[in-house]
Structures are given as C-alpha cells and as structure tokens.
Design a protein around this ligand. Sequence first.
Ligand SMILES: [Zn+2]
Length: 94
Amino acid sequence: MFRKDLIPLLLDREMTVDEISRIAEQKGKTTTEDLQHLLKSLRHTAYQALITPAKCRKCDFTFGTDKLRKPSKCPKCNGTWISEPRIKITGKNS
Ligand SMILES: [Zn+2]
C-alpha cells in the first residue's frame, strides 16, 4: 500500500493496524512500518496523527503511543486482555 493512501483512509477515522492491514491486504508488520514512516512525514504536512494507545483492560495500564500494534502482555499485571491501539489522522487546523 502506498503511504499517501493511508492519509485518506485514516482521515477522521480511527483504525487499528489489523483493520488497515485487512484493507491493504498486507501483513501487520508491513502496515506498522508504513505507519511509522507516515507519522514521521506528517510533520511537514497539514495533517497530524492522533494515537489512542493500547490499554490493559485488567489493571488500566496505558502503553506508550510508540506501540502501534497490540502488545502481547501487560508489564504491570501480566494480563493479556489488552485493547488495540488506534490511529487516526486529522487536519492540523480542524
Ligand atoms: Zn495490566
């Protein structure tokens, strides 16, 4: 998938890496790499990315926004009931 296509896909719409991968018909790892490059290049555009970080549903531990995919385990309680991080793009002036 072309990185520029990620902007219209995610514009004002929150999606997980898995959802994007399904639409782009590519592996989650590839989507993660595409997103990481996109997040860097967005700095020079009229868009910004909003990341809802992954969260442990058991103890409420919140992961960093650098994690774009669902972590396998919570470092605090070792729980595996973790919500997926979601990525969204908005216009900087909206
Ligand atoms: Zn936890």
